[in-house]
Unconditional design. Structure first.
Ligand code: NAI
Length: 789
């Protein structure tokens, strides 16, 4: 080919600049193109399995073994056997192992990058400059976490064996996000890569041998969804971490319900990309290239929903189409390529069908790029004029397809942005920092990027809200998912109400305690109530039996009180102090009443319970303005602000052991952090909570911030867990076997659950309050703000 320099200057076209695949292909050939599993520090012999292909050419790369139950059992046993020693290994020793892995990853970075691109189809520029460096960064960062764990998290310990299932879009990066925090904190793992992209995980296994990772600490088994299911449901797996589609995430929630496993899910998204009319348009368009064409749009946090302010929409679309036309699509190993191959023909078909079926809702523009003749490619696509209810605006396409609509005002932008069942990420572009920092907290998302997009770092947590999943990966907050508080769990015995005596003593008037909903006393919808007796046979009163409708009313009231989330910590502290003050004024009466309703406790008198309750209110009044976020030192010129936000509406089954102290131990952290709380009073001793609403009524608590309902915990809990507008369910009930039902029902909208798993908690001691409660009452949102001219 002769090159005419003048022509090149005129057209500014790129020539081909392919990266060699020789080393990666030689590595595969060395293994005869067949791979076994990595269990207990060794590779098993290759077994029956499936082919993994290069999506850019369709060429078979290798045969990957399919793990069945036997292999999964073997891997879990190896992880279990390695756990006691590894979890007790000094943090510094664990740090050295993570550091060795990081160094080796860097040493073999080019091989990893090429192998990733061959197997996944992503441009080599991305695997080389983004994926692999971030993988190494994750291991370095978590080497530091291992080093610091003993001094910084003295109350935390490893959970146990972690079952980890990852997707194909960032194969090695997702492996790093899962394995690094798990082993840093002393857990052992069984990880399954996605069936389309197992190769870099297997190369990583070799690195583990080189880095002297003790046998059994890291196990990698390959296979499809069935293998994944065998791992996540395995009875000896203590913690499950999954990244992938929302539908599989929901199935995992259901399949693991009641197994006592800790669970984090990082699922799909339909993240808004909001462009205000004062934005730097060129930058916003360049940002879109990263938001939706990075990794062919196969990114859970892809900015796939473009919202443009009406005044600039036409111009913006025109300039965007022009930019799209210059995108280069083709051989992912070519360093000049912007858009590579879609991971598999199945995924290509999904994208093609979604656009074919629903594209007609708007105007479809396919970039007129030169398309490769073979392989799995889809052109960069923009679909404008979509209605916000169109399936393309609601469903995750997971391809290079950008769906767009317009908005007029900032508040409409927020409304449209939040009009989705997801809540993973959001991007906003404006030159007005006041507007940006006003909008960012209003977006329902775990991550917000201001004038930038798709920024990731090990120091900043990543994860979603709503159906985008639960839990965070990265940062200090990510460690919470791999540790548990050091406690010696004791089984919680059911606390029964006092049975009806043969001849009850009835003094004075028989009072029926009402519910407390929306700041008012409310009669039970069903009109049913039941008597409550004291240990000496006295009829203490009646309490209502709450039903579905009562819970619905409480949820409605809680949503009407959403303004509570926007109040200051100072105001919430004042109100909590005021509640404490009003309880203190009636301390004797409450102490006597607690004495009347419960069998005499050797441990704690009614007086002691009231005093502990007042102290607890003080604790959370203290925390209300002190449980701060952080400014993460991420490697950009800018800052990532980790803001603590309330979870939303929390429905809680209150403890039976200490009916007043327990209810307040649940209510106070929830409302201190800006949540609204629906308390289902102790089933055994409900009058403690219903008496308490008189205190709430006189303490300036806005209507709907706290509701109190009485009744059967199993019924009320199930209704709360089923409810689509409840964000979290907590249970400290002593009613046995609620966990399975509550966890399974919570899959409906993937609400957060915090359940006692049948274990007792000392409500009078330090386990009854503190950071664990505050952590469950908050979500972290990372707002990335680059700065500088
Ligand atoms: P997927 O969710 O089925 O696969 C992810 C991983 O889960 C794979 O390792 C798979 O083997 C495993 N898996 C599948 N079924 C399982 C089960 N019942 N129990 C345990 N593990 C199981 O994703 P898939 O089918 O590859 O892609 C389908 C759609 O999912 C995509 O079009 C995209 O919309 C979405 N997706 C979203 C991702 C994200 O990061 N948000 C990542 C991958 C896919």
């Amino acid at each position: 080919m002769t090159v005419n320099v003048k022509e090149v200057f005129d057209s500014m076209t790129y020539g081909p600049a392919p990266e060699s695949s020789a080393e990666a292909m030689a590595w595969i050939k060395e293994k005869d193109g067949k791979f076994g599993h990595f269990i207990n520090g060794e590779f098993t012999s290759p077994a029956k399995g499936f082919a993994t292909r290069n999506p850019a050419t369709g060429e078979e790369l290798a045969i990957i073994s399919q793990a069945g139950k036997a292999e999964v059992n073997k891997a879990v046993s190896a992880a279990r056997a390695a756990f006691p020693k590894w979890s007790k290994t000094k943090g510094h020793e664990r740090a050295k192992v993570l550091y060795a892995i990081a160094r080796l990853l860097q040493k073999h970075a080019r091989l990893f990058a090429v192998l990733e691109t061959l197997d996944n189809g992503k441009p080599i520029r991305e695997s080389r400059d983004i994926d692999i460096p971030l993988v190494a960064r994750h291991f370095y960062f978590h080497a530091g976490m291992a080093q610091l764990m003993e001094s910084e998290l003295p109350e935390a310990e490893a959970i146990g064996v972690c079952g980890q299932v990852i997707p194909w879009n960032f194969p090695l990066l997702m492996l790093a996000w899962k394995i690094a925090p798990a082993i840093a904190t002393g857990n052992t793992v069984v990880l399954k890569p996605a069936e389309y992209t197992s190769l870099t995980a297997l190369l990583f296994a070799e690195i583990c041998v080189e880095a002297d990772v003790p046998k059994g600490v890291i196990n990698i088994v390959t296979g499809d969804g069935k293998t994944g299911e065998a791992i996540v449901t395995h009875e000896d797996v203590d913690k499950v971490a999954f990244t992938g589609s929302t539908s599989v995430g929901r199935r995992i929630r259901e399949a693991t319900a009641g197994q006592g496993k800790s669970l984090t899910l990082e699922l799909g998204g339909k993240s808004p990309y909001i462009v205000f009319e004062d934005a730097d348009i060129d930058s916003a368009i360049e940002g879109l290239v990263d938001a939706i064409w990075f990794n062919q749009g196969q990114v859970c946090c892809a900015g796939s929903r473009l919202l443009v302010q009406e005044g600039i929409a036409e111009e913006f679309y025109a300039r965007l189409r022009k930019r799209m036309a210059s995108l280069r699509i083709g051989d992912p190993l070519d360093k000049c390529i912007d858009v590579g191959a879609i991971v598999d023909p199945v995924q290509l078909e999904t994208i093609t069908n979604l656009v074919k079926t629903h594209g007609g809702d708007g105007e479809v523009y396919h970039a007129p790029c030169d398309m490769p003749v073979e392989g799995c490619f889809y052109p960069p696509t923009l679909i404008t004029d979509l209605h916000s209810a169109s399936p393309l605006m609601q469903e995750e396409i997971f391809g290079p397809v950008l769906c767009a609509t317009t908005f007029r005002t900032p508040s409409e932008a927020v409304q449209l942005a939040n009009n989705t069942r997801y809540g993973l990420a959001a991007t906003l572009w404006t030159e007005n920092i006041n507007l940006a920092l006003d909008i960012a907290p209003k977006l329902v998302a775990g991550v917000v990027w201001v004038n930038a997009t798709n920024l990731f770092d090990a120091a900043a947590g990543f994860g979603g809200r709503r159906e985008s999943g639960m839990g965070r990966e990265g940062g200090w907050e990510g460690l919470a998912a791999y540790t548990k508080p050091k406690t010696t769990a004791k089984k919680l015995a059911p606390v029964a109400p006092i049975a009806a005596p043969k001849s009850p003593v009835v003094d004075g008037l028989d009072r029926t305690a009402k519910f407390y909903i929306g700041g008012k006393q409310a009669r039970p919808d069903g009109g049913y109530s039941k008597p409550v007796y004291g240990p000496k046979g006295h009829l203490l009163g009646h309490v209502g039996i709450g039903n579905r409708k009562d819970i619905r009313n409480a949820v409605e009231a809680a949503h009407k009180a959403a303004g509570w989330a926007k109040t200051t910590g100072h105001l919430r502290a004042q109100i909590l102090y005021y509640i404490a003050e009003n309880l203190s004024a009636r301390a004797e009466e409450f102490a006597a009443r607690l004495g009347e309703m419960q069998p005499k406790s050797k441990k704690h008198s009614g007086k002691a319970e009231v005093e502990a309750t007042i102290s607890r209110l003080f604790t959370y009044a203290a925390w209300a303005d002190k449980y701060d976020g952080q400014a993460h030192g991420v490697p950009i010129r800018g800052v990532a602000l980790a803001m603590k936000e309330p979870v939303g509406v929390i429905g809680a089954l209150c403890p039976d052991e200490a009916p007043l102290l327990g209810a307040i131990s649940v209510m106070a952290p929830a409302i201190a952090m800006g949540n609204t709380a629906i308390l289902c009073a102790s089933q055994a001793f409900p009058l403690a909570a219903t008496d308490f609403y008189q205190v709430l009524e006189t303490s300036d608590v806005p209507a709907g911030v706290v509701s109190i309902v009485t009744g059967d915990h199993a019924d009320l809990g199930k209704t709360l867990a089923d409810h689509m507008d409840v964000d979290a369910v907590w249970s400290f009930s002593s009613t046995p076997d609620l966990t399975a039902t509550l966890e399974a029902a919570s899959a409906s909208n993937l609400k957060r659950t915090w359940l006692n798993q049948g274990q007792a908690r000392d409500w009078f001691g330090k386990d009854g309050e503190g950071r664990e409660f505050l952590g469950h009452a908050t979500e972290v949102k990372n707002i990335w703000v680059p700065y500088g001219e």
